[in-house]
Design a protein around this ligand. Structure first.
Ligand code: EPU
Length: 348
């Protein structure tokens, strides 16, 4: 493994933003992961683990430590009764993995088609879309434990999965470096069609029980309409997908929001969350606060197809993205007394 110096990070992110990494290396094996971590420790360098760079905003100054890009590849499948256990290396392209599972006739991740990034990133923020979350299929996560300096295999129950959350991005942030994820998929099960957008898509086409491949195509086409599918050269795709999480609020807050806006509460797109709270659509709040699709603030902007995606309109700096983030966050706080939380990871 080579340790390179002053490597620009912008090309490694879907935002296409960010200064250089002081040190940069690509791990193709578990030994490389251990060697990278040892390199950083020996020099007392901060360490950042890079996957697909699809949920990442890198500062203009870059990163003063080692960026270790996870490039382990390989997918294996073992049959365990009715379950097909897919072991995928952390550096595998996520959508490539989904395509592989669908081609093998296995269900469980088909609704997660078209999501950018790598396999290793999926347990970290418990990737979810269109009615599925990876926590529903993950059996184990194999990772290097920096605390004990060895590889461990964590069962899903030890990963603390919640909406966009796990131990990997909360209580144990920076402790583990994921090298492999095992997903239990099913050969006998039918494709999952629960999310309203998907139900509508198939109803319009008179398809009663779509195949896995049809669900995959549907999700990709819905994502494409929303600018949430990576298309090279399309400015709406220079984003990190959803820039904000959908905020969870007490039911009473939803009532006062409806009252304040003078609308029926049913008209606010919201759905039940944990602990009796409701999650409100952040995209809807942003639009209601007066930010239209295609809004621009310098070279930063809002996608012309989905208000939840902040985009780099071309040549934007991280500082410009932050200015837009603050403008949106403040507008929502002032108008609705709701604090939006960014979803992407901030580096530098
Ligand atoms: N809406 C607007 N304006 C828009 C877009 C949406 O008002 O420009 C409103 C509509 O009322 C719509 C509702 O927001 O019905 C929900 O929109 P959508 O179905 O697109 O879902 P979302 O809540 O905005 C979440 C995830 C996405 C995921 C989709 C589909 C979060 C933060 N985002 O978005 O995940 O693809 O559901 O399941 O939970 C991501 O995390 O990067 C991501 C793309």
């Amino acid at each position: 493994m080579q340790f390179l110096e002053e490597v620009p990070l912008a090309p490694y992110t879907t935002f296409q933003i960010g200064g250089p990494a002081r040190w940069f290396a690509e791990a193709e094996s578990e030994d490389d992961i251990a060697a990278g971590i040892a390199f950083a420790s020996a020099r007392q360098l901060p360490l950042f683990i890079l996957g697909g760079g699809s949920n990442l905003l890198v500062s203009d100054a870059g990163f003063p430590g080692l960026v270790l890009r996870i490039a382990l590849r390989g997918i294996a499948c073992n049959q365990e009764g009715s379950r097909s256990i897919f072991s995928a290396a952390a550096g595998e392209d996520w959508d490539g993995f989904v395509a592989h599972a669908v081609a093998a006739g296995c269900s469980g991740v088909e609704c997660l088609s078209g999501i950018p990034g790598t396999v290793g990133g999926t347990p970290v923020q418990n990737v979810g879309a269109y009615g599925q979350e990876v926590s529903q299929t993950i059996v184990t996560v194999r990772a290097y434990d920096r605390k004990t300096a060895q590889f461990v295999t964590l069962p899903a129950a030890a990963c603390g999965f919640f909406y966009r959350r796990s131990i990997f991005n909360t209580s144990e942030r920076a402790r583990y470096v994921v090298s492999r994820v095992d997903y239990a998929l099913r050969k006998d099960a039918s494709a999952s069609v629960a999310y309203a957008d998907l139900v509508k898509y198939f109803a319009a086409r008179d398809v009663l029980s779509p195949t896995l491949a049809e669900v995959r195509d549907a999700v990709r086409s819905i994502r494409a309409q929303k600018g949430m599918l990576l298309v090279p050269g399309d400015a709406d795709c220079r984003s990190a997908g959803s820039f904000f999480k959908n905020p969870a609020v007490p039911v009473t807050a939803l009532d006062s929001l409806a009252q304040g806006l003078g609308i029926d509460k049913q008209r606010i797109p919201a759905y039940p969350a944990q602990d009796g709270e409701v999650k409100i659509s952040a995209a809807w709040l942003i639009e209601r606060a007066g930010f239209a699709k295609g809004y621009a603030l310098g070279k930063a902007g809002i996608s012309s197809r989905h208000t939840l995606a902040l985009i780099n309109r071309g040549g934007a700096s991280a500082a410009e993205m932050i200015a837009l983030r603050d403008q949106v966050t403040e507008a929502i706080a002032t108008r609705f007394a709701i604090r939006l939380e960014p979803e992407p990871v901030w580096l530098g």
